[in-house]
Design a protein around this ligand. Sequence first.
Ligand code: FE2
Length: 299
Amino acid sequence: MQPAVTQIGYLEIETADRPSWLRLARLIGFEIDAREQATGLRMDADRWARIILREGEAERLSAVGWEAASPDDFQAILQRLEQAGARPRMRPDLAHFHNVQQLAEFEDPDGNRGELYWSACTTIRKPFRSPEYVTFIASDNGMGHVTLAAADIARSMAFYQTTLGLKLTEIADVGQLPVVFLRAGDRHHTLAMAQVPSGRPGIDHIMIEVATLDDLGSIRDRLIADAYTIERDLGRHPTDGVISLYAATPAPFNLEIGWGSITVDERTWAKDRYERRTWSWGHRRPGAPETELGAIEAY
Ligand SMILES: [Fe+2]
């Protein structure tokens, strides 16, 4: 079987505006672990942080941390990255920072930075406590998902399938655009990508998942009470079944907060996927014209 990453273990975000990220983090209910070099946003007891804020000059997603299950898988994936021209480079300094055994950085075809690693330290076994009593879903399938705007969707899809071993869940038409959904583990998708007809490729949004609809509703209440910008309000996706909203961030991408992602059962998936296309609603942009159909544009 082709070696494959198991999850997105963490995201690293470069920011010159830590206070705004911390405002959002508090409203959502992450546990905040401020350290000398970085600030970690904790979602579970398994990792010291799933989102890592690093001080810098830009507002960007600076790394997607892809987890390999073993040193053998790490080496095999490294080789595939090499063959695909992703120029992987070993970074012992970053391995030390993330407290993992080995780490190599690489770039995808659009120049998005990835970090492949194995042996994530389950750290201190410090219990996770959300100050807002939110339960996040991160332990089995990682932090959530990342959605890219790709310059060449076929090229990017092939890259992530052949190097990291991501599996194709489905290709859906979202409005005018085909959107590709790839998965590691059994969450519907770990990485989605849409073709950018023109303009710059990059990150469209990142997504975190909460355990209950009440978690999502209470986060929404806190965002509204604090007059925080919601880019797309509550809605349901026809693909992964997620009910979510999209919050603005200091970076040029949104943070989707969702509940209810389906998981993929390999044995039944090909049959199931055609039976779920009938419902989707919401995801309107607040203040958008009545005629705007938010649900068919969001993903
Ligand atoms: Fe999403």
